[in-house]
Design a protein around this ligand. Structure first.
Ligand code: ZN
Length: 525
């Protein structure tokens, strides 16, 4: 019997004792928290600065931590991440293979939660024609909805539409995300009009109020020594020619538009407001029928992309998020009671280091531009095989060959693999069939042939397709796959394990801890 079997039996035995003494009931509320682009190492790097009543502190002290949790497929992007966490399946099965993909049958570039059959609600932006239509499987929340015979409620909230929609699933009562005016909106998939509490929240123009206060560091500047100096060459000079605190957010909005506020702690603050608003107004956790609330904090992803994983901007955002999560837990403790809810926290992917920073440190890596790589590749192919403009597009680490080059797939794959910054290249057929090779296994789990290019490649470690500032993600390397996973509440005791856990196991472990059914399509391990 493996370690995990012991643990599972232990949890089951504990549940049995509680059930037989009548103390344990299924949770009244399940709260799934996703922190977008949260590397697991942030919990270690910033731990000494988490406050006593902060959310990360409470989760680390009173929750159960699976400290070795990883993505078990490539690519590690936001849409696939939220779908995989929430369904317990990989993109191969749930169909969200990227944020955007090219449908090779129609040549249409599809966004993961795009749905032109629905209309925006609360906004005129056509970018809010959104639903879970492209998600093929059901979510953990859908399973709870069925289990409670429709009585349990299910909601999702995030800055990003995909962060709100995918966790709440097919049968959700509502999902809300921020439009470009920093207002919470939805689509007719869920409801014909915004609820009055959402409209009145929007009318307060919270973003504009918070903007006036600017963004100041929580702690004295000398306390950010786990991060790079405030002024460094890996961050854009957005703040009046500097990358330093305090940020004049009115200046940022004047120069970059209102949307830039999503890159600041204001985004998380508004998601927290809406999460607490939903608990209050929808009576989540008020009766015996288990409700579900998916909360996704997307500002850390925007901040990571803009300033990078070693920036003070990201560091400070996590200290503020610690306090914001503490508020959420305090509200849940007061309204629902710690023993009556289960809250779990994870992330949709990690992120790479900034390659320029690594290079200046002494590790020879660099960032690349998609267009430059495409040109170099076509030059190489023409020189070696005499085929002109063989590569038409590179999207999501897929190479789409032009028709006249398709017959030369194998020699082109070998040329790709022999060039920088590529590490490995495979034909789509090799990925589709799969093999025992660990890298092909990861690619196979993230793959659907109908959205595939002719050649699928991986990049060398820490080489990214990105500009000089900030960072990105998408690979199968540990910096992108390793994410936090902590559970709190119900009958869960404090503890931790370093046993390797897959992101697709998260809802299974939660279901077992909460005595709820497994997600309907989950691959239970
Ligand atoms: Zn991202």
């Amino acid at each position: 019997m493996g370690k995990s079997e012991y643990r599972k039996r232990g949890i089951r035995a504990a549940l049995f004792c509680l059930l037989s003494t009548g103390l344990w009931a299924q949770p009244k509320l399940v709260v799934q928290v996703v922190v977008d682009q949260m590397r697991a190492e942030y919990l270690q790097r910033f731990e000494h600065q988490f406050e006593k009543d902060g959310g990360f502190r409470i989760l680390l002290d009173s929750g159960f931590q699976y400290s070795n949790t990883h993505y078990n497929y490539i690519p590690t992007y936001t849409g696939p991440g939220h779908a995989s966490i929430s369904t317990g399946t990989t993109p191969k099965y749930h169909g969200i293979v990227a944020n955007d993909w090219l449908d090779t049958r129609t040549n249409y570039e599809m966004y993961c939660v795009e749905d032109t059959t629905v209309r925006p609600v609360g906004t005129v932006e056509s970018g809010s024609r959104r639903s879970p239509k492209n998600l093929r499987t059901m979510t953990f929340s859908d399973g709870i909805k069925l289990y409670t015979n429709g009585r349990g409620k299910s909601f999702g909230v995030s800055i990003k539409d995909r962060g709100a929609i995918l966790p709440a699933g097919q049968l959700a009562d509502g999902a809300f995300w921020l439009d470009n005016s920093m207002h919470f909106v939805t689509s007719t998939y869920y409801m014909p009009n915004l609820p009055s509490y959402v409209t009145s929240y929007n009318e307060k123009e919270k973003a504009l109020g918070l903007m006036k206060k600017g963004w100041k560091l929580d702690l004295a500047a000398r306390k950010y020594e786990e991060s790079l100096p405030d002024e460094n060459p890996y961050e854009p000079k957005l703040n009046k020619g500097t990358s330093s605190f305090p940020y004049d957010l009115e200046y940022l909005v004047d120069t970059k538009g209102l949307n830039i506020l999503k890159n600041t702690p204001i985004g998380n603050e508004m998601v927290l407001d809406m999460a607490m608003g939903l608990i209050q107004e929808e009576d989540l956790g008020a009766d015996e029928d288990t409700d579900f609330l998916g909360v996704s904090f997307s500002s850390p992803d925007y901040a990571g992309h803009t300033w990078g994983v070693r920036s003070r901007e990201v560091h400070d955002m996590y200290l503020k998020l610690d306090a914001q999560l503490g508020e959420l837990i305090k509200t849940l403790d007061r309204k629902v009671g710690r023993q009556n809810y289960i809250l779990y926290l994870t992330s949709d992917h990690g992120a790479s280091e900034n390659p320029n920073h690594l290079r200046n440190f002494g590790y020879e890596v660099q960032n690349y531009q998609n267009a430059d790589v495409l040109t170099q590749l076509n030059d190489q192919i023409e020189e070696r095989l005499g085929i002109q403009s063989a590569v038409g597009k590179i999207i999501n680490h897929h190479i789409f060959l032009n028709d006249w080059a398709k017959a030369s797939g194998l020699p082109i794959t070998l040329i790709v693999e022999g060039m920088d910054p590529f590490a490995h290249a495979y034909s789509a057929e090799q990925i589709r069939i799969g093999s025992d090779d660990e890298l092909i296994k990861l690619l196979n789990q993230g793959h659907q042939s109908r959205f595939s290019g002719d050649i699928v490649f991986t990049l060398q470690p820490n080489c990214i397709f990105y500009g000089p500032y900030g960072s990105t993600h998408g690979s199968g390397y540990t910096y992108d796959t390793h994410v936090p996973f902590l559970i709190l509440g119900g009958a869960i005791n404090a503890g931790s394990t370093t046993e390797k856990t897959s992101v697709t196991d998260i809802v299974d472990r939660v279901a077992e801890s909460a005595d709820l059914p497994y997600a309907p399509n989950s691959w239970v391990q």
